[in-house]
Structures are given as C-alpha cells and as structure tokens.
Ligand binder design. Structure first.
Ligand code: PSV
Ligand code: MN
Length: 408
C-alpha cells in the first residue's frame, strides 16, 4: 500500500464512522462539471486600466485552446461559455467543431449589451425605441447562435440602470425589460433555458434595472418554466446570505445556474473560495441537501444547475488562476458531500442548535485531499492539477502569441 492508498484507507474509515458512504460521494464528484468563461482567458483590467499580458489568446479559437488546458489537468471543465460580440466569429459551426476537437463543448451563450456606444443610457430599457430594437435584435441573434451550436443556456446580464434620481422612468424601464425578455423567450426552442442574472450596482449606481434575485425571479416566473435565475456570487451586498437565496430558488425550481467569483471585488475578478471558502461550502450544502429531496422536480432543478466561473483575472496568470478556481469549487463541493444529513435532521428535531451546527461544520473541517486524489486517480488525471500545468511547457509556448491579445 503506498502513501496515498494509506491516506485514502484512513479517510474512508473516518468517513464510515461519520456515517458517510464514499462510493456515492465519489460518483457525485465524478459528475461535477464547471464551465469556464471565454472572457476569463483574454486581457482584462479594472475600470482604470486593461493590462496587456504576454501570451493572451488573440481570438476565440485560442481562448478555447487555453480552456482545454484547464480541462486537461482538472477533468472538470468540459465546456466554455461565450460572450457575443466578444467571441463573434464568421462561422459558429467551425468554432464548435474546433472546440470538440479540443475535447470541449460550447456552453452558455451570453449576449453582450454593454459594449456599443448606443447603450450608454441603457440597452433594452433605453428610452429610444430604435436602441431598444437593436438590443432586442441582438438577443434574438444570440438565440440563433445557440440554436446553431446546440447550446442549451442563454445567460443574460444587463448593465442597464441610471445614475441619478429622475434620470429614467423606472416603471417604464421595467416594462421595456419584460418586453425584450419575452421576445427572446418566445424565440427559444423548448429545450433552451434563459438564465437571468442580477447585480445591485455597477456600472449604474442609482438604480439597476435588474438589481436583485427577487426581480430576476419575478421576470422568470412571468416568462415561464424555461426562465430561471442565475446567481453570480459576487453580485450581493456584503453580509447577504447567498446560500439562503440558493435554497429559496431551488425550492421554487428557479435556480438555473451560478457565476462563481469572490464578493470581495463585487464582481468577476477574484478567485472563488479564496476569501470565504465556508460560504462556498454552505452554498453546496444547500444544493446537496436538495439533491436528496423527495420531490422529483427539486432533484431535477439541482441536477440541471449550470456551474460557471465568471472571473477575468487581472494580476494573476490566467490559466493557473482558472485551475485554482475550479479546484476550490471541487474542494468545497467534496466537503459538502460529507455532511451527514440524518445527523443534521436529528439535531434539528431535538432543537439542538449547536448539535446541528456541528453536524454541518464537521464536514467542512474534513481534509478531503485523499478523496480528491482518489477521484483524480480513477480518471487518470494528475493528482495535483496545478503542478501538472506548471510543469508543462504550455505557459511558455503561448508567449509566442506576444502581447495585445483579445480583451475580455
Ligand atoms: C457582470 O458584472 C457579469 O457578472 C456578467 O455575468 C457579465 O456577462 C460578465 O460579468 C462580464 O464579465
Ligand atoms: Mn456574472
């Protein structure tokens, strides 16, 4: 028995004593898939500066090449989300077959309505009907792209909002938003989903048209079953109980997906789980406990959650930062799978506050390294994905691309 076998045998014994069956846990870990964003491989920055890095992909094809490296060492990232027009190409079928050649699929299609000058005062909520039309046409064009490449999810985020009281008619804008969403919803095929993201501030600071999960939920309810809410972990005020939102939306069968990142930045740039891994664990705890629900519809909601990273790393090396991010997600998911739900339920029924809290926290405190090693070994993956990437020549080889690659 080598060192890692011994560590796993010990881990298995400890988990058996905690009432956890590792065979099931391993199967669930093998099924985990986390989508990475094409824009996470391009140049990015703050609102003060976009940093031009050496070796950054020059086009969508090269972004997929970088994403393939993340999947190759982690086995966790078989799909890549695209943002249109950031990833506009002449031939989407070619982008798709190229991705497939790299062992990847194209994931969510994200219409981008914050890039053109026309959208400075809003896109689908602009007071000018011609601009609203242009924005809606772009949403419809993205449905066509999704149809062409066979993507299930259309992921929507709007930068629309105002900076001053009175600048816009909030109720009119609400109606315009619904009009555009409805036009898009009607264009979708029955197997497509619309994932509605929210954010309470930035780039507008007085009001944001889709500011929080309640507004996204309300639109999703009015639109129909193919519309669901997307929770971007960064888009909440400090102190918000994100896992509560997650549990609530699952229970309403309206949780469609996640954008993972760190709330410290309030947006997309910092590595998920780097500052508050317990929050990430608690999000997964809600998901895992709903996965065993008696109601099939709840189980199906959980099984269809799209896990996506939404991070554009500014000061870190981009590929290693993405590897770190998905490994953090895998680690916290693994820990959440070790919660003994019967123990929690028993403590809850005794109204044993500390007993219930202990039952949840004790899973978080387990060192899952032997478990993750076993799961990787089973798939022939490197035990240490980060080390495997860093010791490959890929990071050096791509420097030949030079500076001045694609931004975002
Ligand atoms: C907006 O801040 C957001 O979270 C949306 O998901 C965008 O599509 C993405 O970031 C762009 O980086
Ligand atoms: Mn996002």
């Amino acid at each position: 028995m080598n060192v890692s076998d011994r560590a796993y045998a010990l881990f298995e014994e400890q988990q058996r004593a905690r009432g956890i069956d590792l065979n099931q846990v391993r199967a669930q870990l093998q099924a985990l898939a986390i989508e990475t964003p094409s824009w996470g491989y391009g140049d990015s920055g703050t609102r003060f500066k976009v940093f031009q890095k050496e070796g950054v992909p020059r086009n969508p094809y090269e972004k997929f090449e970088d994403a393939a490296q993340v999947h190759q060492v982690t086995g966790l990232c078989p799909s890549v989300a695209i943002h249109i027009p950031w990833d506009k190409v002449d031939d989407y079928s070619k982008l798709k077959s190229n991705a497939e050649g790299l062992g990847l699929a194209i994931g969510a299609v994200n219409p981008n309505l914050f890039q053109e000058d026309e959208y400075m005062l809003g896109s689908v909520t602009n007071a000018d009907p011609a601009i609203r039309r242009q924005a809606t046409d772009h949403l419809l064009a993205c449905v066509d792209i999704a149809k062409e490449i066979g993507s299930r999810d259309l992921s929507l985020w709007f930068a629309d909002g105002t900076n001053y009281p009175g600048q816009g008619d909030i109720r009119k804008r609400k109606a315009w938003m619904f009009e555009a969403l409805q036009a898009m919803y009607k264009a979708m095929t029955p197997s497509m989903r619309m994932l509605i993201e929210y954010k309470f501030f930035e780039p507008a600071f007085y009001h944001t048209d889709l500011a929080d999960w309640g507004m996204a939920y309300n639109y999703a309810c009015k639109l129909g079953p193919q519309a669901q809410v997307l929770v971007d972990t960064g888009h909440h005020a400090q102190g918000t109980n994100v896992e509560h939102i997650v549990a609530y939306l699952i229970d309403e069968q309206k949780l469609g997906g996640f954008h993972f990142n760190s709330r410290k930045y309030a947006d997309d740039d910092l590595i998920v789980g780097s500052m508050n891994p317990y929050e990430l664990f608690l999000i997964f705890y809600q998901i895992v406990s709903a996965a065993n629900d008696d109601e099939a519809a709840i189980r199906s909601t959980v099984n269809n959650i799209a896990y996506m990273i939404d991070q554009s790393h500014n000061i870190e090396q981009k590929i290693p930062a993405m590897i770190r991010s998905v490994m953090n997600v895998q680690t916290q998911y693994a820990k959440a799978l070790l919660v003994n739900h019967e123990e929690v339920a028993e403590a809850q029924s005794r109204q044993d506050v500390l007993g219930a809290e202990h039952a949840v926290r004790s899973a978080y405190e387990c060192d899952v390294t032997p478990l993750l090693h076993a799961v990787r070994e089973e798939r022939g993956l490197p035990l240490d994905p980060m080390q495997a990437y860093l010791s490959s020549s890929y990071g050096k080889d791509i420097l030949a691309r030079g500076r001045g690659g694609a931004s975002w």
